[in-house]
Write a protein that binds this ligand. Structure first.
Ligand code: ADP
Length: 241
């Protein structure tokens, strides 16, 4: 599913948080929105998701205006920084949740759901933990469950907002490789918000550098790193977190 962002504007009171943004994300690409805190990354992601309405402009999914389409119909998967797993459900039930709440007509059979959960547990290498509860898992394992849960409904678009932000450096590194591998296997169009340049470099096909609601530069990790287009990009990439 390709995503086009056209002249997107979002204001909160006097503050223009997204300032006439234009962006083309080809189908199957993993794009990182990279920038300092407050640069508008999350707001852009939320508008792509349909969780926030733009003041001006539009988001197109596969060439069609998505602004009119409900969040459910956009078929978007989410992974957020703070685990939104259901504490009273096992790992397997968490992963199955999105399928079980579907309207009866589009709900797979319970046998098919169990098969799908098994497949996803294998994909994120948590086969042996299906019966555990979230509080019995490490932070990294929980985010792998969150990823599996997001992928269970076979989303056309996967949106990740600082998904590894709350984890320690070693686990973050491991999960980046995970995400990259999953993406290479599933090719779901993905948008990934991060303030960590190293993370963006390692994970993304393309990096969009944001600053004060504007796009400073867009390019492959090599392009952005080797040829920073503006003094801001040069400085931001040079800063060590
Ligand atoms: P980032 O993800 O890059 O940190 P955000 O998109 O979260 O940036 O926020 C951009 C700016 O918009 C910030 O100054 C933030 O305080 C402001 N902002 C975000 N959401 C709201 C809101 N619901 N109401 C008012 N201001 C908001």
């Amino acid at each position: 599913m390709s995503i086009e962002v056209r002249h997107l504007v979002k204001r909160f009171g006097p503050l223009t948080v997204c300032d006439h943004l234009n962006l083309d994300i080809p189908s199957g690409e993993l794009v990182a929105l990279l920038g300092p805190s407050g640069s508008g990354k999350t707001t852009l992601l939320r508008m792509i998701a349909g969780l926030e309405q733009p003041d001006e402009g539009s988001v197109l999914f596969h060439g069609e205006d998505a602004t009119e389409v409900s969040v459910r119909e956009r078929n978007v998967g989410f992974v957020f920084q703070h685990y939104a797993l259901f504490g009273h459900m096992t790992v397997a039930d968490n992963i199955a949740f999105g399928l079980r709440v579907r309207p009866r007509a589009s709900r797979p059979s319970e046998a098919a759901i169990r098969e799908k959960v098994k497949e996803l547990l294998h994909l994120v290498q948590l086969d042996t933990l299906a019966g555990r509860f979230p509080h019995q898992l490490s932070g990294g394992q929980r985010q792998r469950v969150a990823l599996a849960r997001a992928l269970a409904v076979e989303p056309k678009v996967l949106l990740l907002d600082e998904p590894f932000g709350a984890l320690d450096a070693k686990v973050r590194k491991e999960l980046r490789r995970w995400l990259r591998r999953l993406h290479d296997e599933m090719h779901v169009t993905s948008v990934f918000v991060t303030h960590d340049q190293e993370e963006a470099m390692e994970v993304a096909d393309r990096i969009v550098v944001m600053n004060q609601g504007r796009i400073e530069q867009e390019g492959s990790p090599d392009e952005v790193y080797d040829q920073p287009a503006t003094p801001f990009v040069l400085k931001f990439l040079g800063d060590v977190n």
